[in-house]
Design a protein around this ligand. Structure first.
Ligand SMILES: *Cc1c(COP(=O)(O)O)cnc(C)c1O
Length: 710
């Protein structure tokens, strides 16, 4: 049973610092490390034990610790400063949005996504899509957009990745206790809790709506684990991407149709509806239904709905686009199409896609047909998506297909190491966070003294190595065996990071193509190299799990042991540690399968240059000086050839460009000056262009405001 905040058992808190509780219930802390420090400092061990979760810490902390803090002048000084910043942030009218669109008082953007990566303590994301949605919500808050987000709470989260003694991935699901996260039941204008209803075959399913406050933005998450749903329906939103196709249609129905109903019940009047990926596309049907009920024809309803809908497609991999057999759609919608005044065939035609296994109802087709504003997530992906969906636009050439490219970005404050942030505070000028997308301002990065940047980066690497070792010790402890390979990793040597979902197109094992050559590179006595891997395979993706096992087992082989490790449980905390702490970020997908990729943007922002295939965002970013390009911009028909050529190119770059630059040309203070120049170039060029600020400003100007004003 979920309890109201006021009913949750907290440790009694002294009046002087009572607002710690209020602050814990606004995920603003998720991108303000100084706010997190207030909870960490109460009890550093508890902070780790509770996985960086302020609500949990306030429940578990001993009262004496709170009383000590309330009497500690140094603590109180920090406390007051954080609350001053928080109040200023929440209270200001001087936002980016108000300055750019002072007239747009009616605009209201509703953003739907199946996953949100806000913080590691809220495990409702699986990978890049969720991280992007989380960053979207945070940046919408920072820019002051009239914005509300909708998704699912998934009480069992995604999964925790565990490896057995052979490196085989298995999943561990932990029940999320609502009292442990900053959830409060969403209330309608009359102050009542909101439970929405959606028809499923032969029954009604109920979902309760929770509100998470993310700065100025509300994130509404639905939960079906409530009475009077059947046990099976209570499981429906238990896990992200769990279950079979029937479960998936049910989830998407609740997300799209239920999400619209939740917003209505809460009194929202959106005039922009953004479907982030096709999972939520059923929402367009519900918007049409509302108008048909008012007496409009379906054609008129559709024409009106389209004008206010925005759709972002995220994957050029066909299997990544949901498409359901018509029989399944029939089972779920036979009762719904009459409400749209449509026949079965008219209804199916809205999203019909012919595929090798027969006709399907395709969520991407549905979303494209019922929205006027569409985009892919990089320039290259925009082009690929225009080709992929050209069949929906008969008579149009690929270039005329109305899917624009708006390249992804990262929410700077969420991914920046505190020590690098200190450097920016010192060298970029006082208001640098107001100008995140200003390329001129970022040139000030060149003024950071080489030695200062180098030392800061090497200290971050030391932190990463300590973090990695402690994670590895935890792993062996759980297995109940001594560390097989120890010590691992070495301070001071060139460190490469590779972390992402282990989808096979990302080719995690590419660097192992020629083992002898790799061993020679890693063990070169004057220029040694080490690699840290992390990443999850989808629970049903056995080929992906084999890749993980392969990396894990190679990491024990003589010649590789100690120089290569695999870290369990890639999540936002591991992602931060890696992108902040490595020297080089490696990315080698099979071109052109990576729609954008964002982890490399996080690395660049922190001064770790990319070594990447020219796929996703990298062709736009790479300028010959801010990192390295593996292979060239060509298309292959033979995958084995492509893999071989790319591996050769990667070895060559490592041996002849990256390692020499890192180890040679050191000045009297031991600083590799040419290397540091590459780091600065990566920061100065990538930070503004691939900031979420630049990205969201483009969404507002090119998609949201035209949709709001039509
Ligand atoms: C940034 C991030 C991703 C996305 O990385 P890609 O480069 O798109 O693969 C996935 N998972 C986590 C935990 C991240 O931090």
């Amino acid at each position: 049973m979920v309890r109201l905040e006021s009913e949750i058992l907290f440790t009694p808190i002294p009046q002087r610092i009572a607002r710690l509780r209020e602050l814990a219930y606004n995920l603003w802390w998720a991108w303000h490390p100084e706010a997190q420090d207030l909870y960490r400092e109460l009890d550093p061990d508890l902070w780790e034990l509770d996985y960086h979760n302020p609500v949990d810490v306030l429940r578990d902390v001993r009262q004496t610790k709170l009383e000590e803090a309330a009497l500690n002048p140094a603590y109180l000084k920090k406390f007051d400063a954080v609350l001053r910043d928080f109040d200023a942030y929440m209270g200001t009218q001087q936002t980016w949005f108000n300055q750019h669109f002072p007239q747009a008082t009616q605009a209201q953007i509703a953003y739907f996504s199946a996953e949100f990566g806000i913080h590691e303590s809220l495990p409702i994301y699986s990978g890049g899509l969720g991280i992007l949605s989380g960053d979207h919500v945070k940046e919408a808050s920072d820019m002051g957009l009239p914005f509300v987000a909708v998704g699912f709470i998934y009480p069992q989260g995604y999964f925790r990745q565990r490896l057995d003694h052979s490196g085989w991935q298995f999943a561990e699901y932990n029940k999320l206790n609502f009292a442990d996260v900053p959830a409060i039941p969403a209330l309608d204008p009359d102050g009542r809790e909101v439970v929405i209803e959606v028809e499923l075959p032969g029954r009604t399913i109920y979902a309760k709506v929770y509100k998470f406050q993310v700065g100025r933005v509300s994130l509404l998450l639905m939960d079906t684990d409530i009475h009077p749903n059947s046990p099976q329906d209570r499981e429906l939103s238990a896990r992200l991407y769990g279950g079979d196709q029937e479960m998936r249609v049910s989830q998407e129905l609740v997300l799209g149709i239920g999400g619209v109903r939740a917003l209505r019940r809460l009194g929202y009047k959106p005039n922009v509806w953004h479907m982030n990926e096709g999972h939520s596309a059923f929402l367009v049907l519900e918007l049409c239904r509302e108008l048909v009920v008012e007496g409009k024809s379906f054609a008129d309803a559709m024409a009106q709905v389209k004008k206010h809908c925005v759709f972002t497609t995220h994957t050029p991999v066909p299997a990544g686009n949901d498409a359901f057999p018509l029989s399944l759609i029939e089972k779920f919608f036979w009762n719904y199409w009459p409400q749209l005044n449509l026949t079965r065939d008219e209804f199916m035609a809205i999203a019909l896609q012919d595929q090798s296994w027969g006709p399907t109802f395709a969520m991407t087709a549905l979303a494209l047909r019922l929205s006027d504003y569409h985009n892919g997530v990089s320039q290259l992906h925009g082009h690929v998506a225009r080709g992929m969906w050209q069949w929906l636009y008969p008579g149009k050439s690929q270039d005329e297909v109305p899917i624009v490219g708006i390249t992804n970005g990262v929410h700077s404050a969420s991914w920046l190491a505190p020590s690098i942030r200190q450097l920016f505070n010192s060298y970029l000028g006082k208001n640098w966070e107001d100008n995140l997308d200003d390329a001129e301002m970022w040139k000030k990065v060149y003024q950071i003294p080489d030695e200062v940047l180098w030392n800061t980066r090497q200290a971050l690497k030391k932190d990463l190595i300590e973090f990695s070792r402690s994670r590895l010790i935890q792993y062996y402890r759980r297995l109940g065996q001594p560390a097989t390979v120890w010590p691992v990793l070495e301070e001071g040597i060139l460190t490469i990071g590779f972390a992402r979902r282990f989808a096979t197109y990302k080719r995690a094992t590419l660097i192992f193509k020629d083992l002898e050559r790799l061993k020679a590179i890693l063990n070169n006595p004057s220029r040694p190299v080490q690699i840290i891997f992390a990443g999850k395979a989808h629970p049903k993706d056995d080929p992906g799990k084999h890749f993980i096992q392969h990396v894990y087992q190679l990491a024990m082989q003589p010649g590789l042991a100690g120089r290569i490790i695999f870290l369990e449980e890639y999540d936002m905390a591991v992602g931060r540690a890696l992108t902040q702490g490595v020297d080089v970020w490696l990315n080698n997908p099979r071109r052109p399968h990576e729609a954008s990729g964002t982890s490399g943007m996080k690395a660049s922002l922190n001064g770790a240059p990319n070594c990447s295939i020219l796929d996703g965002w990298w062709p736009e970013a790479f300028n010959g000086k801010n990192g390295w390009a593996i292979g060239d911009e060509r298309e292959y028909s033979n995958q084995d050839q492509q893999d071989w050529d790319d591996a050769q190119s990667l070895y060559h770059i490592l041996e002849h460009e990256i390692a020499p630059r890192f180890y040679e040309n050191r000045n009297e203070a031991g600083v590799p000056v040419a290397w540091v120049q590459t780091c600065k170039e990566a920061m100065a060029t990538c930070a503004p262009q691939f900031s979420f600020r630049r990205m969201l400003a483009e969404y507002v100007q090119r998609l949201y405001m035209p949709a709001a004003q039509s």
